[in-house]
Design a protein around this ligand. Structure first.
Ligand SMILES: *Cc1c(COP(=O)(O)O)cnc(C)c1O
Length: 359
């Protein structure tokens, strides 16, 4: 049986997608070989790659003047690729700090330019929150403004897209495709695939055309967006299987009714879980309501000594990977697109039973 998997990443994939991949594994579309064994330059593979891009464009309503790149190295390599590509003409950038991932992005960028760090963490009634933009000290001459839409570890998410006349660069690793998004507000959006898209090994970069010509000359060609765009993300061999499987996830999302429909489902899941946590004295979530992540729900137990027992019993109940990140402890349920409402309901039922048994 398949358990409910609340892993933060690599994360749950839709069962229907895995079944399709399984059915196509040995003999893809009657060609006598698997997709993994095909040249990335073959007509068949290129068609798979192009279909995945077209479906992602449809799902996110990506305007014509944006390139969609299918890269490797994870979101973490983009922490370097972004400054190397975008700090060529002006080596200043603003980085908004809301948690561990935006901080890691900042640390890498500081190797390449003059980075203005904006501390946006605050508290509201004792809960962690993101401060109002009016309190931020944005520079007037930044080449771009960077932020992480959803801090996967802290479970804190922006309620709005920051306003700026500079190119806005955003890490959407754990929130891409979870809710409708106006791509035209951004200069660049990036996301590692292994949270809310597909297998690890693929990184999506959506970049506006006018940002392609300002890379630093010493940039490795694999990291250069202009070179990758010109070569259809095939400057070298791409992560072909992850790209194919992500394409199956995009088809699955379209079948679900697209991003609007999955957003509704995600809201229902988040409301169910946060609603239960708020109603209980046994569990607590540390984030102010306006900034609660709809994808990653951290929670603590009133008695931390019960954490091990909680995790053990959860696993016995086929509820997997609920431990919080090693840096923060506690619990975390990641409820990405592929986690169904029934999974969240099963989690809430288990949490309620556990609380009653240990009251
Ligand atoms: C997971 C994650 C990353 C790092 O992703 P890798 O693909 O492992 O490099 C960066 N940012 C956010 C928001 C993440 O959730």
């Amino acid at each position: 049986m398949r358990a409910y998997n609340f892993c933060a990443g690599p994360a749950a994939l839709p069962t229907a997608v895995l079944e399709k991949a399984q059915a196509e594994m040995l003999d893809w579309h009657g060609k006598g070989l698997s997709i993994m064994e095909m040249s990335h330059r073959s007509k068949d593979y290129v068609a798979v790659a192009e279909k995945a891009e077209a479906d992602l464009r449809k799902l996110m309503n990506i305007p014509e003047n944006y390139k969609v790149l299918f890269l490797q190295g994870g979101a973490s390599l983009q922490f370097s690729a972004i400054p190397l590509n975008l700090l060529g003409k002006n080596s200043k950038a603003d980085y908004i700090h809301t948690g561990i991932w935006s901080e890691k992005a900042t640390k890498e960028a500081q190797r390449y330019g003059d980075i203005n760090v904006i501390e946006a963490g605050t508290t509201v009634d004792g809960k962690m929150a993101i401060s109002d933009q009016s309190t931020w000290n944005l520079s007037d001459d930044a080449a771009y403004v960077h932020y992480a839409d959803n801090e996967t570890i802290g479970g804190i998410q922006f309620a709005n897209i920051p306003e700026t006349d500079k190119p806005l660069v955003a890490d959407f690793s754990s929130s891409i495709l979870s809710a409708p998004l106006d791509v035209s507000k951004f200069g660049l959006i990036y996301a590692g695939a292994q949270k809310n898209i597909g297998p690890a090994g693929l990184t999506i970069v959506i970049v506006r055309d006018d940002l392609l010509d300002q890379a630093k000359p010493e940039i490795p060609s694999i990291l250069k967006y202009a070179a990758q765009a010109k070569n259809d993300s095939m400057v070298n061999t791409p992560s072909t299987y992850a790209w194919y499987l992500s394409g199956l996830v995009f088809e699955w999302l379209l079948e679900q009714g697209g991003v609007d429909a999955i957003y509704k489902a995600n809201l229902a899941k988040a409301e169910l879980l946060y609603g239960y946590i708020d109603s209980s004295d046994f569990y607590a979530n540390p984030i102010a309501k306006a900034n609660r992540s709809i994808m990653n729900v951290p929670f603590t137990l009133a008695n931390p000594e019960l954490e091990k027992q909680f995790l053990k019993e959860a696993e016995e109940n086929h509820l997997l990977n609920l431990a919080g990140h090693r840096s923060v402890g506690g619990m975390r349920a990641s409820i990405y697109n592929a986690v169904p409402l029934e999974g969240v309901q099963a989690l809430v039922n288990f949490m309620d039973g556990f609380a009653k048994r240990n009251a």
